[in-house]
Ligand binder design. Structure first.
Ligand code: ATP
Ligand code: MG
Length: 352
C-alpha cells in the first residue's frame, strides 16, 4: 500500500446533543488508487462518513486530510471530490450532455471548451448515443450512468459513491459493478463505495471497512474480513456463520458450548481463555453415520436446495449448525438422517 492519501483522524459526529453517535473514527487511512467499501447495516454511519469527507457535513471533532492537507477550511466544491448520491437527482429539464456539462459550468468552463470532456465521460459509461436525450427517456441504469459521467467529467481526485446501484435490478447491478471496476482500473482514481450488500463489497473492493454504530469494527481485504473477522459482529454480518462460545482447556484444545471438545491447529492458547468460535458453514463436511469415528454425531434437521449447493441445518449435541454442501456431496443424505460432521480445525477462527 502507498502512503495515506485520505486520512481521518479522531473524526466524529453526533446528533441529538450527543445522544446519537453517527460517526466515531479514531483512524482511517486510504491509499491513492484504492477501492474501499464502507459496509454496514442501516444507520451505522456510512453516509455520514461520506458526507464528512465530501464536506457537506461538518464534523464535531478531529481531522480529515486529503493528500496531507487538512480539508477543514476547504468548501465542498473546492475539494475536487466527486460524489454520486443514492438518489442521483439529474436535472429533468436538461439533456444528458447538459447534465454532464453542469459541474464544468459551475467551474466556469464554456460549453465548447468542455465538449471533448463531456464526450469522453459519456463514452466511459457507454452512453455516447444518448447525449441528446432527457432523463425521463432513460432507464434507471442509464440514469445512474449519467450520474456517474457527471462525476467523472471533472476528473476528480476522489470519487465517493453512496449505494449507487441500490435501485437497479440484479442483472444491471452486476453489469454496473463490472463497469465501475473497469473505470476504477482505467482511471486509477481513488474510490470509496458505500453499500450494505456484502457480496458487492466482497467482489469489488481492495479493502472493506465494516461499520456498526458509527464505528469501524474492522478494515481489511475481503479475505481478511471473511476468514479472520476481528469481532463477532463482523463474523455474523459478512457471510453465513456458526458462532459458538469456547474455552481453552489446554494449548491446542477448546471446550465448545454444546459441542464438546475440539482440537485446534494454532496451539498457543492459555487454559481458561474464552473465545467466540467461528465455523463457516462451507468447512463442515458430512458423511453417513457409521463411516469412521472422527468428528461429531449429527442429525440432519433440514436441507434447503439452492441448485448447486444445499444449506443443511444440523443438530450436533444440543447445538444447531449450518453446513453448506455441494449438491453432488448430498446424494446419500436426507433430512432425518444421522451422520458425522467434521471440519478441518485449521479453518476454525477464534475471535478473542
Ligand atoms: N440530520 C440528522 N439528525 C439526526 N440524526 C441523524 C442525522 N443524520 C443521520 N443521523 C443518524 O446518524 C446515524 C448514522 O446515519 P447514516 O445516514 O450515516 O447511516 P447509514 O449507515 O448511511 O445508513 P443507511 O444504510 O440506512 O443509509 C443514524 O442513527 C441516523 O439516524
Ligand atoms: Mg446511507
Amino acid at each position: 500500500m502507498n502512503g495515506p492519501y485520505l486520512e481521518l483522524a479522531g473524526a466524529s459526529k453526533s446528533y441529538d446533543g450527543g445522544a446519537t453517535q453517527a460517526m466515531d473514527i479514531p483512524s482511517l487511512t486510504i491509499a491513492k488508487g484504492e477501492f474501499v467499501s464502507l459496509l454496514g447495516p442501516s444507520g451505522s454511519g456510512k453516509t455520514t462518513t461520506l458526507m464528512a469527507i465530501a464536506g457537506f457535513l461538518k464534523i464535531d471533532k478531529g481531522k480529515i486530510l486529503l493528500n496531507g492537507r487538512s480539508l477543514e477550511t476547504v468548501p465542498p466544491h473546492k475539494r475536487n471530490i466527486g460524489v454520486v448520491f443514492q438518489n442521483y437527482a439529474l436535472f429533468p429539464h436538461l439533456t444528458v450532455e447538459e447534465n454532464v456539462f453542469y459541474p464544468l459550468r459551475m467551474r466556469g468552463e464554456t460549453r465548447s471548451a468542455a465538449q471533448s470532456k463531456i464526450d469522453r465521460a459519456l463514452d466511459m459509461v457507454g452512453l455516447s448515443g444518448a447525449a441528446g436525450r432527457h432523463p425521463r427517456q432513460l432507464s434507471g441504469g442509464q440514469q445512474q450512468r449519467v450520474a456517474l459521467a457527471r462525476t467523472l467529467v471533472f476528473n476528480p481526485d476522489l470519487i465517493l459513491l453512496d449505494e449507487p446501484l441500490g435501485a437497479l435490478d440484479k442483472n444491471l447491478r452486476e453489469h454496473m459493478q463490472v463497469e465501475l471496476r473497469k473505470i476504477h482500473r482505467d482511471l486509477g482514481v481513488t474510490m470509496i463505495y458505500v453499500t450494505h450488500d456484502q457480496t458487492e463489497a466482497m467482489t469489488m473492493s481492495d479493502r472493506i471497512a465494516v461499520f456498526t454504530n458509527g464505528r469501524i469494527d474492522q478494515i481489511g481485504t475481503p479475505d481478511q474480513i471473511y476468514h479472520r473477522p476481528a469481532t463477532r459482529f463482523v463474523a455474523s454480518f459478512v457471510g453465513d456463520s456458526n458462532i459458538l462460545s469456547g474455552t481453552a482447556i489446554g494449548e491446542d484444545r477448546l471446550e465448545v458450548d454444546g459441542l464438546g471438545q475440539m482440537p485446534l491447529t494454532n496451539p498457543s492458547l492459555t487454559g481458561g481463555q474464552t473465545f467466540d468460535v467461528l465455523i463457516r458453514p462451507e468447512i463442515i463436511k458430512l458423511r453417513p453415520a457409521g463411516q469412521g469415528t472422527t468428528g461429531h454425531d449429527a442429525v440432519i434437521e433440514d436441507s434447503i436446495n439452492y441448485g448447486e449447493s444445499h444449506l443443511v441445518l444440523l443438530r450436533v449435541g444440543d447445538r444447531s449448525l449450518r453446513a453448506r454442501m455441494l449438491s453432488t456431496d448430498m446424494k446419500h443424505l436426507r433430512p432425518g438422517d444421522k451422520c458425522r460432521a467434521e471440519w478441518d480445525p485449521a479453518y476454525v477462527h477464534l475471535i478473542g
